[in-house]
Design a protein around this ligand. Structure first.
Ligand code: BJW
Length: 237
């Protein structure tokens, strides 16, 4: 019989959503002035929307690509990167921006893809840089398929789920930041964390706090650096 994996007190899994990048100037999705207040999900974030009006979808993501390029990592991204001075840190993010990588985190797993890459709409394996001046309908892969953002739309398979669940299960500490936990299967990952792990969630608003987590309400850029300072200066759990 296989034994459940034991937890590693020197490993921290950080699971992030749009809220961590809000203080870098990138909009979240839900809530007042969120992206979904101003754009219809089915028009810009589904394969059906892409099939119906690819120009509209590209306009939406070209603007997001420019926004990400102009944004800088904030105090929360930087604090998470600093944790690597003492811990193994696995960042599992639903975000399509590259602010964790630019802050210096070295192990970053993207569940919903990344806007810094484009991919072919007919050859899933063909990936290339997403140009800063945007994609046009004339941009094609070598097989002739239109290029689209390398992101996961509703109805498409989420990436890296198994490996993300494995890391969450073995981490001694799990820190969830800035996600409404409403989009599945990613949101379900919080329950992959071990019963024995120290589990914390930081968000401005949260409808439902998952079992076993302590909820710290507030801005990631204020709460996360304080938490990180504590963890860097105290013994492992
Ligand atoms: C702050 C803050 C500050 C603000 N400091 N905090 C059950 C099981 C499985 C699937 C489903 C299911 N039920 C329904 C589904 C289907 C669907 C789904 O979940 N729908 C729900 C809406 C109900 N899921 C899917 O379709 C997924 N695929 C799938 O299921 O595939 C099946 C399949 C299998 C095999 C083959 C084929 C198919 C795919 C989901 C893709 C989601 N994509 C998006 C867009 C990505 C590209 C882009 O960016 O445009 O991902 S949607 C959007 O939501 C984006 C995000 O990653 C995701 C989550 O949002 P997030 O990060 O939580 O943001 P918000 O705005 O919701 O919350 C922000 C939080 O931050 C709030 O709490 C704020 O308070 C807080 N905050 N400022 C700290 N400064």
């Amino acid at each position: 019989m296989s034994r459940p994996p034991s937890i590693d007190p020197n490993c921290i899994a950080v699971f992030t959503g749009a809220g961590i990048s809000a203080e870098s100037g990138l909009k979240t999705f839900r809530g007042s002035d969120g992206l979904w207040e101003n754009f219809r999900i089915e028009e810009v974030a589904t394969p059906e929307g892409w099939a119906r009006d690819p120009a509209k979808v590209l306009a939406f993501y070209n603007a997001r690509r420019r926004g990400v390029a102009a944004a800088q990592p904030n105090a929360a991204h930087q604090a998470i990167a600093r944790l690597e001075e003492r811990f193994r840190v696995i960042v599992i993010t639903q975000n399509i921006d590259d602010l964790h990588e630019r802050a210096g985190s070295t192990e970053v797993i993207h569940l919903h893809g990344t806007i810094v890459q484009a991919r072919s709409s007919i050859d899933h394996h063909y990936r290339t840089d997403y140009p800063l001046d945007g994609l046009s309908l004339d941009d094609r892969c070598p097989l002739g398929g239109a290029l689209r953002p390398n992101v996961v739309w509703f109805g498409e398979a989420v990436e890296n789920l198994e490996i993300a669940a494995k890391h969450l299960a073995m981490a001694g500490r799990v820190l969830v930041i800035g996600t409404s936990l409403t989009v599945f299967p990613a949101a379900g990952l919080v329950s992959a964390a071990s019963f024995g792990a120290e589990k914390t969630i930081v968000a401005q608003e949260l409808d439902h706090c998952p079992r076993g987590y302590r909820f710290l309400r507030g801005k990631a850029g204020e709460i996360v650096p304080t938490l990180v300072r504590q963890w860097l200066s105290t013994r492992s759990p």
